[in-house]
Ligand binder design. Sequence first.
Ligand code: ATP
Length: 635
Amino acid sequence: MQADKPMEPTVEQGQPNHRDFGNLKEFKVQHSTLRDDPFAIRPGKTLLWTGVSMTLQPSKKKEEPRALLKNVWGEVPAGKVTAILGPSGAGKTSLLNILAGRTISSSNLTVTHNVRVDTFQVDPARQSMRRQIAFVAQEDSLPAATTPREAIRFSARLRLSKDTTDEELETLTNRMLQELGLEAAADTIVGNALIKGISGGERKRASVGVELVTRPALVFLDEPTSGLDSFAAVKLVNLLKKVASAGSSVLFTVHQPASETFASLDQVIFMAHGQVVYQGSPEKVPEYMEDRNKSVPEHANPADWMLMVTQTMSEDELAKDNFFSVDERNLPEAEPMPKGQSMMAKTMHSESGAIVEVQKISIFVQIYELLYRDIVNTGRDTTALLTRFGASIFLGLVIGVVYQGVGATDLSDAIDLQSHFGGMTMVLIQAMFGTGISILLEFPTERPVFLREYTTDHYHIGAYIFAKFVMEAVLTFLKVMCEALILYYLMELQMPFLTYFGILYMLAMASAAIAVLFGSAMDDQKVAQESLPILYVPQFLFSGFFISITLIPPYLRWAQYLCSLTYAIRLSVVNEFDNCVGPDAQQNCNDLFEELQVDRSDVWWYWLMITVIFLIPRIGAMFALKQSAKRFYSN
Ligand SMILES: Nc1ncnc2c1ncn2[C@@H]1O[C@H](COP(=O)(O)OP(=O)(O)OP(=O)(O)O)[C@@H](O)[C@H]1O
């Protein structure tokens, strides 16, 4: 561990740092409660569970239900580090997910449990309970263009008490980076499979930092040491011990801990075949194995030995040799949480030592932080930005050159008018497609980040949707402005420039809204992308451009009113062809209005409808994302 900055008054006063204390009680007396200390003492909570079972219901009638967890019991005392060990498929992650409220009963899964925090009965899936839990999943889901420093600071800003100052946040973040050995990588972007960033191990540690910086009372980590070298793994476990020594209950899963790591744990829960094999201190493992005639060989790592034994023996053999442990704790009756009781609210110690409730930051700060991150990250991803604007400018130039001067042609010539109308429609289709597709392609990378942050209580869903909307509105504004400037002047259109820009912009925003709704509603982003034509192709059919509305079967014509492209085309036609000069030109324009069923007096209605089509999917996306998040933590 690196030396720490002299930051706590306890250190400055010449008292020993908290790392010098072996026991929590002593540590509590000396430890700082300062808000810029990630290891500041926190109100500890003991998590207990019994009767945790998970059964997979058969998909076919003839099959039997499959018990994945059987009456699992255990405990994570406050101030202790507990590891769940066991062979692959033993049920470690399943247990962790149930305790974290991330797995609940569903159509094919039956979950039962009796979980308590201290003496109170709790439902881990409840929002108030999940707010207490810091959860580090196996897969990292940090935004690719963010740096570890920014990711940790973002988490601290949104999840710590609202009165935490910028200086405190900076100190907390620096301290966390230092503890995780991430100083050198602190300002390098996280990256992903396509963008080079920090290493996999650094990414894992950054994910841990994002959770630990909030000084949680309960810390759950799924395989935090996987992908780390043995030195980094030992360092991480030491860090978890430090977090526990500040009062947290730490529970993590691990496959095969090194001897040093194993010996340093406070408590281990060894699982096999969905049952508890051993629960207790690591030192007593050799004795436990000896009692079952499977003594740990000399110099062998007891964890490795236990893994080997449980993997080579069948479930029946293990049961016969008395390997499975039943709950003999005789727990007293749990108390229901009293009404209005705030114990499950997130709490911390004030500087006077009193326990106070964490004040959640306002939705405006959440929006500001989300927007700030989006702006910085968008600016960093120059390739995506250049492609987005480059493609618009290129397509604008191609369409503009092909339809050059089409707006100034003679409207008394029906073919000229058709080209004029065709050019405008082509641009509208391009604006609609270009915006929707680029959003839907981005969604798969953003979705896991949102799901992690939303389910760990970073922000309100409304803040996320609003920040996303503002960002899209600005980027789409700039993109459409580029296109409109090129096309308006090359095509020599007749309507006022601002009207033309307004129509293109509203259509692009409506298209973006539909893409966001699709991306939000579908868990499988590939399916969402593949289904996009279902939304766009009907728009062509009902827009009146490829087939006259009057030729469409009457029972299908209503569909035109749901298509944003229909309104955009009608608005373009009314504004571009309303002042046709000369009898032939007037006749041609009237024919076009009739074919498209455009009514000059309905212009306000067209504007209203295109606005509605752009607003409703946004609201829908909010609900769809909420549902997605529910499914996410119940998987
Ligand atoms: N939602 C689910 N639907 C079907 N099977 C499931 C579900 N969740 C877990 N399982 C099954 O339960 C068993 C235990 O899975 P779990 O992921 O908990 O094991 P693990 O001990 O964490 O394994 P590993 O160390 O490989 O991650 C596995 O056989 C897994 O396929």
